[in-house]
Design a protein around this ligand. Structure first.
Ligand code: G6P
Length: 502
């Protein structure tokens, strides 16, 4: 998800922040061990930004997870345990935006081994169909375990008796089991935001048993797609030999005696559809979208890609297809422009450095070949933007290109749909993105098939207005009904049912 532009600025000094923070004693319930609902995620839901006067402040991070959980946090005495994004900096717990935040400290070496290493150079590529080869290093694994213990301890210290703890994503797969050992009274949920790989790929992981056992500490394990849940259940059966009946796993005690049931279910995440739809009607946003079109020289067709600069997103495939359409004279500069927003991401990880060089090289080649004095072929923006600017871009775009090679969900696809109350615009969507399960009326593509992708782009450009409006209407109904608030409500309701049923 895009984040605010200002989050890329250098962090202000800790002293400045301490001065501006509300003292912990002013918290509604500042004593640890007192929170009825605890979210544990690698990142805190706030970014540190520098205000115009140079002072430091926190701003709520953009993105679905925070939007969904902020109201739950406020109504349920919630705390959020996570890393604040800077290295070697100890921060005390603080309150911000109605949430109680519990920072977890990471050293520079922790970030290299646990975050850039095991999380993003082992698990991330492994779970995304090994698009890039994962690296397996024992030192990375050791630190991943240590940091998972640190997060689990922090959550255990924050949760009240019988509290609900919701652990998020692949960086923290060992936390559910660690937490259960520390605090058997807790109700524990886990949600995997990224794909869970097929057994034949997961098999490569040298610590596969430990990871499965770690996740199984949860009472309810949520996945984006049913196929992810099925992959997980197959791995549990094969590697742990536990009994699995439909979606229920019998997790035995250490001595093998029957103990408890964990469940694995699909709970596709969504967006704050109402917010996006509301911004799409805002006169300032509408004006900005007209301005964007004019700034691009008012081409007939604006194609748009919006991604974190990540090799899973299929940005190279998309640019290649567009470049070939120009070469084939199916499209021409002036008539069509591709706007590619690529927000900076994981910039110290090797594959991301290479990807940036590749993408920028091909954009440069295409623009060098086809640009005119007045128009550009590809307008490439290596930035993050606030949500208002994103919605203006969605409104300006005739065709949205989501060509991920593998993606847990892809919320950009859902945001594009939510923005188009005007029923304009066509979505080209990879069948390898989780969103394809819900947005069946998009033009679905296999991004590896460059000829097929080119045909689909042309189909989207040429689609009769009535047909694209019909498809957009159906997709909007899906996205507005199933918003992110419903996602968190459904998950938490299902989690609360575990006791009675099991
Ligand atoms: C994906 C992951 C999230 C992660 C986000 C941004 O959406 O599922 O857990 O926070 O990417 O990546 P970053 O490494 O910057 O946190």
């Amino acid at each position: 998800m895009p984040s605010t532009a200002s989050s890329n600025q250098n962090p202000p000094s800790t002293t400045a922040l301490r001065e501006r923070r509300a003292p912990v004693t002013a918290a509604k319930k500042a004593v640890t061990g007192d929170f009825d609902f605890v979210v544990v995620a690698n990142r805190l839901p706030v970014d540190r930004v520098t205000a115009e006067d140079g002072s430091a402040e926190w701003r709520r991070s953009p993105g679905g997870l925070v939007t969904a959980l902020a109201p739950v946090m406020a109504s349920a005495d919630g705390a959020w345990v996570g890393w604040h994004g800077a290295t070697d900096e100890k921060l005390e717990e603080f309150n911000e935006d109605g949430m109680h935040l519990v920072p977890v400290q990471l050293s520079q070496e922790d970030v290299e081994l646990y975050y850039e290493g095991f999380s993003n150079s082992t698990l991330w590529p492994l779970y995304h169909d090994v698009i890039m080869p994962p690296e397996f290093h024992r030192t990375w694994w050791d630190r991943y375990r240590e940091i998972n213990i640190r997060f689990a301890e922090s959550a255990a210290a924050s949760a009240s008796k019988g509290a609900t703890v919701w652990v998020q994503d692949y960086q923290l797969q060992l936390v559910p089991r660690l937490l259960r050992a520390m605090r058997p009274d807790l109700k524990i949920g886990f949600f995997n935001h990224i794909p869970f790989p097929p057994m034949e790929i997961f098999a490569q992981l040298p610590w596969r048993h430990r990871v499965l056992e770690g996740i199984l500490g949860a009472d309810l394990i949520g996945f984006q797609r049913q196929s992810d849940a099925n992959n997980f259940l197959r791995c549990v059966r094969r590697y742990l030999g536990f009994t699995v009946k439909s979606q229920r796993i019998h997790v035995p005690d250490e001595d093998g005696s029957p103990r408890r049931i964990a469940r694995a279910e699909a709970h596709p995440i969504s967006i704050d559809s109402a917010l996006i739809a509301q911004l799409a009607e805002d006169p300032a946003v509408l004006e900005r979208s007209r301005e964007i079109r004019a700034d691009l020289g008012d081409p007939d067709v604006i194609l748009l890609g919006v991604d974190r600069l990540d090799y899973t997103k299929g940005i190279r495939h998309r640019i290649k297809a567009f470049g070939e359409l120009l070469a084939d004279r199916e499209l021409s500069v002036g008539q069509a422009t591709l706007v590619q927003v690529a927000s900076p991401s994981r910039e110290h990880v090797g594959h991301y450095i290479t990807l940036r060089e590749d993408v920028e090289g091909s954009v440069g080649r295409i623009n060098g070949e086809y640009d005119t004095m007045s128009h550009t072929a590809v307008r490439y923006l290596h930035h993050s933007y606030p949500v208002e600017e994103m919605v203006a871009l969605y409104l300006a775009a005739d065709v949205m290109l989501v060509t991920a090679l593998r993606d847990g969900m892809n919320l950009v696809a859902k945001e594009y749909v939510a923005a188009h109350a005007d029923k304009r615009g066509t979505l080209v969507l990879s069948e390898f993105a989780g969103a394809a399960d819900q947005l069946r009326h998009a033009v679905l593509v296999n991004p590896h098939d460059i000829d097929g992708l080119k045909e689909s782009i042309m189909e989207a450009i040429r689609m009769p207005e009535q047909e694209s409006a019909r498809r957009m209407r159906i997709m909007r109904r899906q996205v507005t009904t199933n918003d992110v608030a419903r996602w968190s409500r459904d998950f938490l309701e299902s989690l609360s049912r575990t006791d009675e049923e099991d």
